[in-house]
Structure formats: C-alpha cells, structure tokens
Design a protein around this ligand. Structure first.
Ligand SMILES: NC(=O)c1ccc[n+]([C@@H]2O[C@H](COP(=O)([O-])OP(=O)(O)OC[C@H]3O[C@@H](n4cnc5c(N)ncnc54)[C@H](O)[C@@H]3O)[C@@H](O)[C@H]2O)c1
Length: 344
C-alpha cells in the first residue's frame, strides 16, 4: 500500500508519515518546505526547517519538495498511490490576516488540487480541517476561581453552528476547503472526508505563539524563557497527541465513510493553558515564568470535541493522555536542544 502525505514535513504530517511507515506502507512526503510560521517562533533555523525532512528520509519515506498549488506535480506524484492525506496548510490565524492571499492559495486552491488528484486516481482523500470552522463563540462560561473555561454540555459535535463570531481568513479558507470536500463527495464521485482537528501536540512540533501552543510552552519552559499568555490563560482544549491523530487516518482508510469528523482527545483530554503550564512545571520540577497579555481577536476560548461520530464510523479512539504526551514532548525537546537556536 502506498500513501501520499501533503505537508509531510510539517508537525502532523511527519507523524502521519511515521505512523504509516511503521504499518509497512510506502510513504511519499510531499511538502513545499515553506514553513512561514517557523520564522516567527524566535528559534527557526535551517536545522529546525530541515529536521522533519531528515527524520522522514531516515525512516525510508520518499521525499518530494513540491507545492500543493502545482496541479500537475500533485497529480503526477500521487499516481500509483492508494490513499491521499492532506495536511499541508497555512495553519496560523495571525498569518492569515497578514497575508490572506497566501492563506487562500494554500488552503483553498491547494485542497482543491489534492481532491482533484484523488478524483482522477480514484483513491480516497482525507482533508485536515480544524475546529476553527466553528468560529470563536461557543457560549463558554467562567466560574470564579476556576482554572478553565467550562461549557454545558462539555463536548461539541459536528452539528454545532459553524463560522460564529468574528471570522478571519483562516476560518474562511478552512471552511471553503470543507465545502469542496463535500462537493467532490456529492457530485464528483470521490471518497473524501474532512477531519476537524482540535489542538495537536507532540515531538517534532516547532510550535510558536502563532501555532502549536503546547509545544511553544514546552520549548520555552525547557529553555527557561518567559511564556506569554494572551487572555485569561483559561482557554480550554481537548488536546490530541500526534500519533493518535495519525491513527485516525488509517482508521478512516479501513472504514472510509465520507463526512466531517471532529478529531480530538475528547472530554478526558481537557486542559486549559494554565493547567498545561502547571503540568509542564510539575514534570520539569520548576515553575515556568508567565507574562499576561491582552486577548487576541479570533482566539477561541473553549473547544472540546465530541468524538463519537469518528468512533462510530471508523473506530477512532485516542490513546495518549495529556500527561503522557507532554512528558514525551518534553523528553524530545530535552534530547534535541541543539536544534533550537534561541534568540529571545
Ligand atoms: N497543530 C495543530 O494544533 C492543529 C490544530 C487543528 C488543525 N490543524 C491542521 O493540521 C494541519 C497540519 O498542521 P501542522 O500543525 O502540522 O502545521 P505545520 O505548519 O507544522 O505543517 C504544514 C506543512 O505544510 C507545508 N506546506 C505549506 N504550504 C504548502 C504548500 N503550498 N504546498 C506543500 N506544502 C506546504 C509546510 O511546509 C509544513 O511543513 C493543517 O491543516 C492545520 O490547519 C493543526
């Protein structure tokens, strides 16, 4: 079996590539290596940029440097594959409002090209979407003294209203991509699904303030740099570990029921920013220094996925608890310290 993973050298894509290699698949990592957000983390260097590429090469993946906006390259490199997993993206909200055209091209045109390649080769496609499509107003509440936003019911299903509140270009491009997934399924004879991911974290994540908050906190804590929180710090997510996210794609391949699915850790993996920082401090044995800043527009205060639809359709069930996952992430940072060039 052979799979092409767009964005293979990204954080999630690298876990998908590794996971499928371990399952004995041939894996093509297809990535433009642009990584715009990396330059803004404060530790982005050639070493960090190439880290995942070198790791995947070492695992025996076929490495392709190409753009999802290149229709022909997309079609050619996916020829002979059995499955197409699309994780390439412009994933950062901040970049989406600074460069909305980049966001549109990558997330909308890019997704269209991936779907079209799947249609032409008659193979299933999974598009990686995001809980961003729900917008940023979820009717959360905050009890005095609590360390996390709350909501009743706790978990949110796929039938929740989408695009509620103030909408950024990233919200629009992720939603547009989902509409195309549905179009290819409904009218263009393609087996396709969208996975609406919650916050994902784990090794090989070069997270910064724009994207990848768990890794950002973990990296800065290891290097004893102050962490910046925007808002109350009580923003809450059901974080999911990279390999658990990767498993969802294989589960789908085995039971490919088209549709839209929330993919997250679910209520058992609920954690707020402050709780995550406390956990990191507990594991490292020292309390990270925290600076509080104004809430950013468009940031979502609460999201916990109801993952029962993905469980029912293809048996998805996350395995790694936040404590286990954060421990693995910290171990990876500690043993790869030379990769990070810390400037601030
Ligand atoms: N990390 C999270 O917490 C999170 C949460 C929800 C959804 N997601 C979604 O998961 C997906 C992967 O996110 P990630 O965190 O791994 O991001 P990432 O930035 O680590 O990886 C994205 C990869 O895509 C590549 N890429 C960008 N533009 C490209 C193009 N035009 N052609 C080919 N490759 C291109 C980049 O070089 C990068 O390696 C995205 O769709 C993102 O929206 C991520």
């Amino acid at each position: 079996m052979k799979v092409l993973v767009t964005g293979g050298c990204g954080f999630l894509g690298s876990h998908v590539c590794e996971f499928f290699r371990k399952e004995g698949w041939e894996v093509v990592s297809y990535d433009s290596m642009t990584k715009y957000e990396l330059g803004r983390t404060g530790y982005g260097t050639e070493k960090t940029r190439d880290f995942n590429w070198n790791e995947l090469k070492g695992m025996g993946c076929e490495m392709v440097k190409a753009d999802v906006c290149d229709e022909q390259a997309m079609k050619d490199h996916s020829s002979g594959c059995d499955f197409l997993i699309h994780t390439a993206a412009q994933p950062a909200m901040t970049i989406s409002w600074e460069d909305p055209r980049l966001d549109f091209n990558t997330n909308v045109l890019g997704t269209f090209n991936v779907l079209d390649a799947g249609r032409q080769h008659k193979i299933p496609v999974v598009n990686t979407s995001s809980i961003h499509v729900y917008g940023n107003h979820i009717n959360e509440t905050l009890t005095e003294g609590a360390t996390a936003y709350e909501r009743n019911p706790v978990a949110i299903g796929e039938d929740e209203s989408v695009m509620v509140g103030q909408i950024s270009p990233l919200h629009a491009s992720k939603m547009a991509a989902e509409h195309y997934v549905r179009t290819f399924t409904d009218m263009l004879n393609t087996n396709a699904a969208s996975f609406r991911f919650t916050g994902i974290y784990g090794p090989r994540q070069f997270g910064g303030e724009d994207h990848g908050w768990v890794a950002n906190f973990a990296i800065r804590s290891v290097f004893e740099l102050p962490l910046r929180i925007f808002g109350t710090g009580k923003q809450t997510r059901d974080i999911i570990f990279g390999s658990d996210g990767a498993q969802a794609y294989l589960d789908y391949f085995k039971n490919p029921v088209p549709g839209v699915y929330n993919i997250g850790g679910g209520p058992d993996h609920k954690i707020s920013l402050i709780e995550c920082i406390n956990l990191i401090g507990e594991i490292l044995g020292r309390k990270p220094e925290v600076e509080m800043h104004e809430e950013r527009p468009g940031d979502m205060r609460y999201f916990i996925c109801d993952i029962s639809a993905a469980n029912k359709a293809f048996g998805f069930k996350p395995q790694i608890s936040p404590r286990q996952g954060v421990e693995k992430l910290l171990q990876w940072i500690e043993s790869n310290k030379e990769v990070f060039q810390i400037n601030n």
